[in-house]
Design a protein around this ligand. Structure first.
Ligand code: F6R
Length: 240
């Protein structure tokens, strides 16, 4: 794992943006794996600026990590909606090249179809990840066993609580989601994980300092991936 410390959120986003731009410049039809949540918002803002300055997204494809079950694309809490609002509608990505699991189709069929799509393309070129305060990546929640493939997952209480900040009330947060599995994520040729937020310290400490791999800290498995870069916002995560 390569670890990059940046002095604040803006610098973290800037560094991530540089790496995504490099990827697109090297391969115009790059396949990007994308995440939702607060952490990558700065990166997406910067990518929109790059588009305005001439970066061409017309040949790229995207695959998102996850989606809540029960929320349709036009529900403003769905990840489909989030991605459109915060990135896709501002750049020239081809709609046909956007892939996000559907939260309202038959979930059992959806997980198989989504997994097969990712396996068929041979994995994404560059996967962006955020980190859950409990150590989750995508919605692979801490547990004795983790899913290898795209699956239907039950969200933990701590994730529901953390994500309730986007909803009117906690009981509105869906309890289930479709999420890429750890094996699906590991088909990515490169991974960048962005870490920002005080509540991420314990998980970051486990990742950087424990010298252990544990399914109770799913992020720790990234130590086994061949090309992972961790970009840390030092102003909020004081862990070295
Ligand atoms: C989002 C995702 C999640 C988030 C994580 C951190 O698609 O898969 O794992 O990356 O929950 O969320 P934020 O960035 O809001 O702290």
């Amino acid at each position: 794992m390569k670890i990059i410390y940046t002095k604040n959120y803006d610098e973290m986003s800037k560094k991530a943006c540089e790496l995504v731009v490099k990827q697109i410049n090297e391969k115009k039809n790059s396949i990007l794996g994308l995440a939702t949540g607060s952490t990558p918002l700065g990166l997406y803002e910067k990518l929109i600026k790059e588009y305005k300055n001439g970066l061409d997204f017309s040949e790229i494809s995207t695959y998102n990590l996850d989606e809540y079950i029960g929320l349709s694309e036009d529900n403003d809490q769905s990840y489909n909606y989030f991605m459109n609002e915060n990135l896709f509608k501002h750049i020239n990505v081809n709609k046909e090249n956007i892939n996000i699991p559907s939260g309202i189709n038959n979930p059992e069929k959806e997980i198989d179809d989504y997994e097969n799509k990712i396996r068929d393309i041979g994995g994404v070129d560059l996967q962006i990840l955020g980190l859950g305060s409990n150590g989750h990546i995508a919605f692979n929640e801490p547990s004795e066993e983790l899913n290898a493939k795209t699956s239907i997952v039950e969200l933990t209480e701590s994730t529901i609580k953390a994500n309730s900040r986007f909803f009117e009330k906690e009981s509105d947060v869906p309890t289930k989601a479709i999420s890429m599995g750890i094996g699906t994520i590991f088909t990515a040729k490169k991974i960048i994980i962005l870490i920002s937020g005080k509540n991420k310290e314990q998980a970051t400490d486990y990742l950087l300092n424990s010298n252990k791999i544990s399914t109770n800290w799913p992020v720790s498995l990234l130590q086994l991936h061949q090309d992972t870069t961790v970009i840390i916002d030092e102003s909020s995560v004081g862990v070295k």
